[in-house]
Design a protein around this ligand. Structure first.
Ligand code: HEM
Length: 266
């Protein structure tokens, strides 16, 4: 136990924790974008968008051995713990850094390092703000409750990004949010390479391009979703077979079912 405490209390230990929690969140982002891209797949059965099937599978994973949504809640707790540990450790490192402010010739290097740390702090705070908005919008449904239905992901995405007076604002928030996420990810990946000691003058160009590539790929894949809805590329949500729950959720104009898939035919 004391070895774990000693590790956590050391600067190197804290940097490794920041890198490891950052990596875990990157893993989540990759899984999340792969899940989100299911909006582009055809309905597995008429009236049921593929992304909704996937969301339902996440909720029922492990049943009947586990209670309903137990896996999802365990995963949420893990993710929340990861974010909290990441933020607390970053704040502790910043405090240690401030206390060790050097004088003399080291000053310029320090100023450069602290400018980049400041950019990470600011982008991290913006990212948290974006995340809170995003959860209230597409998970909890409080931002536009009249046009939100739990578990109907395609319907919610369509209402957010394809219709309604707030649509341009939502699209702008998500695109700006993705710029912030990608910037933070690029800088974070680059500093993680340094923390983990895999940086080296022979490899640095390749590592920098890896960090840029990761950030750009995630930006493009995530942003494709609001852009596809906003530009009219996507079909309206299908009417669920046998009932009309969606149209009764309020407000949104929902047209008849499409079992063809969700990208509109050219
Ligand atoms: C255009 C970009 C994005 C879209 C369209 C999107 C879409 C969604 C949707 C539809 C949900 C609800 C899932 C459900 O109820 O099962 C969701 C949940 C979530 N999203 Fe995103 N997302 C985007 C970007 C992000 C980013 C960049 C992050 C992290 C920084 C993120 C973090 C989360 C989290 C933590 C959840 C909650 C997952 C849960 O239910 O436990 N999302 N997202």
């Amino acid at each position: 136990m004391t070895r774990i405490a000693n590790f956590y209390n050391s600067v190197v230990g804290k940097k490794v924790i920041v890198a490891a929690t950052g990596l875990a969140m990157l893993g989540f982002l990759v899984a999340h974008v792969v899940g989100n891209l299911k909006v582009f797949l055809p309905d597995p059965e008429p009236g049921v968008p593929d992304i909704d099937v996937y969301a339902q599978a996440l909720r029922t994973f492990g049943e009947p051995f586990l209670p309903h949504a137990a896996f999802l809640w365990a995963f949420r707790a893990f993710l929340l713990g990861t974010v909290v540990l990441h933020v607390i450790t970053v704040l502790q490192l910043a405090a240690i850094n401030r206390a060790a402010r050097p004088v003399g010739y080291q000053r310029q290097r320090f100023a450069r390092a602290s400018r980049s740390a400041l950019l990470m702090m600011v982008s991290g705070l913006l990212l948290l703000a974006y995340l809170v908005f995003h959860l209230l919008h597409l998970t909890v449904g409080w931002v536009d409750a009249a046009n939100f239905e739990h578990g109907a992901l395609y319907f919610n995405l369509y209402n957010a990004f394809a219709t309604g007076p707030m649509m341009p604002l939502y699209v702008a928030i998500y695109l700006i949010g993705m710029v912030v996420v990608s910037f933070h990810l690029y800088h974070g990946a680059w500093s993680a390479f340094q923390t983990l000691g895999i940086d080296n003058p022979d490899r640095n160009t390749a590592l920098r391009w890896t960090a840029i590539g990761l950030a750009v790929v995630l930006f493009v894949l995530f942003s494709a979703i609001p852009i596809a809805f906003a530009t009219g590329l996507m079909d309206p949500p299908p009417e669920p077979v046998g009932h009309s729950e969606h149209s009764s959720a309020g407000g949104a104009a929902v047209e008849p079912a499409s079992s063809r898939g969700h990208l509109r035919a050219p």
